[in-house]
Design a protein. Sequence first.
Length: 287
Amino acid sequence: MKMSRLVVVAMMAVSGMAVMGQAPTRFTVTVEGKGPDVVLIPGLAGSREVYAAEAKLLAPHYTLHLVQINGFAGAPAGPNATGPLLAPVVEELHGYIAAKKIHPAVIGHSLGGLLTLMLADKYPGDVAKMMIVDALPFYGLIFNKDATVEMLKPQVEAMAQQVMSMPDEQFAAMLPMTVSMMVKSPEGAKAVTKSSLDSDRTVYAHAMVEDMATDIRPSLSSIKTPAVLLYPFDVTAVKDPATITSVYTGAYAGMPNLKMVRVDDSRHFIMYDQPAVFDTQVQLFLK
């Protein structure tokens, strides 16, 4: 990380004060560039560096607020490792936006996309427009189109307990196979694996439960913020793109002002698997 960015992080404790007079405790922010404001939020166990390539292209024209959630990708977990994550982060994002007096476009990947939806739902005045990068309003739909939170939560909690109880060596050995299902790019896979290994396991496990067991579909019809959804299609995983499209159209049914864009030959990390397409879509979104 460049010294200028380190200085910015230190300054956030003063300039990033939340509405209640406190600095964010669930994340840090680096700010770079000049122009209209864009907030970028990574996903579960993710690093802000997932947006590094895109940030280089955007910084000459936009002020970028790159979020790093505490406990992910080597960022210290702080005192809240075992507590709720999603709702507190939403509150602190609202506080950060209010304190900075900005009205940003927000880009969120995966869990970051869920956070973006939650922010736009609770504080509709905060977000000018949003890009959701491969996130669902309820993760359980991946397993079963008729899934409910009550049905899924015991399974997710069991998965989280298994993650927590794994020796470090076993967790490290498991990750490459898991990551290979989410990203095709070899360099991207290395980055995703590293950020997962560097994450605090307790924060990771608790956030995974929240991410998978949160269903905001009942709120979608009230979210009026203009939105773009990028979702991937990989023929090696699913033969018929209509199958994938139906999952996303069904999940987001009833949400107004939503444009859906399918990105072919990509898995979950679109910014790694199809960087040129990702950049084109981000540029179109921000114009």
